[in-house]
Design a binder for this molecule. Sequence first.
Ligand code: JB2
Length: 564
Amino acid sequence: MSEKKKLVLIGGGGHCRSVLDVVLRLNTFDEIVITDHSIPAGTQIMGCEIVGGDGLLPRLYEEGFRYAFITVGSIGDTVLRRKLCQNALETGFLFPNIVDPSAAVAADAEPGTGIFVGKQAVINAGAVIGDMAIINTGAIVEHDCRIGGFSHISVGATLCGGTSVGSGVFIGAHATVVQGVVIGRDSTIGAGALVLGDVPNETKVVGKWRALRRSPLAAGAFESEEKKVNDISNRILIIAEAGVNHNGSLELAYRMVDAAKEAGADIVKFQTAKPEQMVSKFAGKAEYQKKTTGGEESQIDMLRRLLPGQDDFICLKKYCETKEIEFLSTPFDIESIRFLDELGCRFWKVPSGEITNYPYLMEIARTKKPVVLSTGMADTDEISAAVSLLREHGAGEICLLHCTTEYPAPFGEVNLRAMQTMKESFGCRVGYSDHTPGIEISVAAAALGAAVIEKHFTLDRNMEGPDHKASLEPDELAALVRAVRHVESALGNGIKRPTDSEKKNIVAARKSIVARRPIRKGETLTVENITTKRPGNGISPMRWNEVIGSKAIRDFEEDELLEV
Ligand code: JB2
């Protein structure tokens, strides 16, 4: 008697029902159960039972379930799907392909394993679909497209011929990607987007529909409505942190705005606080503050001396507008959050010290704005709790900044790889708040995928005050911006192919098969009479094995390009 075919669906939501509808109609499995950690065990979905969470997978395997399918979808976040897949693979499960009978899949298309193809989806000739991809209802993957593993092509999206999509990419409902475009890995393209040109790795275009890369030839192309948001998503955002390095002088603060603009920073950032609300009168200074400002003064008196009043911030924001550099200020207490919210900052920069301050984080989250959260001094559990709290209370997109809260931070304590760990663990964009001396660690952070770089700067490192010593001077800030921009443009989209400037060098740099010595018509071509030399506009030496042993079709002079 043949063994029963048993399938576990992992995830019991909407996608599970789409998948179940197909597998039940195809009737290829004798038994189907579902794991889901938030739906009570015993619940029936289309006649199949939720048996509990993923902890049951090893037991189900022992009970003869050999097939698994990830039915947790993903919108712009494939981290969970990858994790679930890895877990099931390690248990030993196999992944079937589940293709709705109404889908049209070309005979020579190459599907991976564990893919889902929904109703009336089209996968045309020569298309290659990576493992675990979702090609959802009515999506069109035209001829010769290449879809990376774990990608999710949503309902009605159209990928024109020859489109190449990296791994883990989400293409939103009814988005259209024109012919031959290359989309880098882990990118997220919003619903209804019109993609007209290549898109770098990890680009996020979520929310409103927009055209990516306007092309004069493309009918119907339109400018992005939220260019600024789009820019932030695609470029490394460089925040020049003025902090309190203006020493409480509005005039110096203006000069810092000028210097940040001159250096090419995207944002100049200040700090806003009501000293009485920020520190208790008993709070002492940090060690580095004692070193740089002396030990007698209390922390509250130092802050009273250094922090501008609310009117000053209104002036500073206006000044930034005239200088065309974005103003940002970090609030240190709830009253300052409300003040800055009204003043109109586009997002929040939450400092490391507030990561455990739940009333503060809830107030930030209530504004629904995006949050850039510094994580100095924190461990993973504290970060996870802060991220959950912010999300629960409605915060916008969260970006986590790795940081070592010491002034200056010793190189040996930077642990830059923790930035990447956070990216993987929290599935969000990350960046680096740099307290080290010099610019090289910021540049390294850019190379390792930072989306935001923040760096303290001062007009003069010899000025009196707590943060000057650990800050860059304006020319160094400019060098940092230049280096980060160079690295950013050098990182590219990760797709290995010759660039336009390389293509024009191919003929000069590559070789062709040529006559080593004069050859007579009909002579057999051997290593004795042919060789490879520049230029590369003849027969490619890649055809060497095919040419060797064939007959010369005519006479050739020494060094003449061979013809066959
Ligand atoms: O780690 C997990 C886990 N995390 C979430 N293990 C298991 N076994 N289940 C998990 N889930 C469950 O996935 C949730 O508890 C929830 O029941 C389900 C997700 O359901 P939801 O309806 O929110 O999303 P979906 O993933 O089924 O559907 C998305 O993707 C589809 C392709 C939606 O965006 C759909 O619109 C889309 N068609």
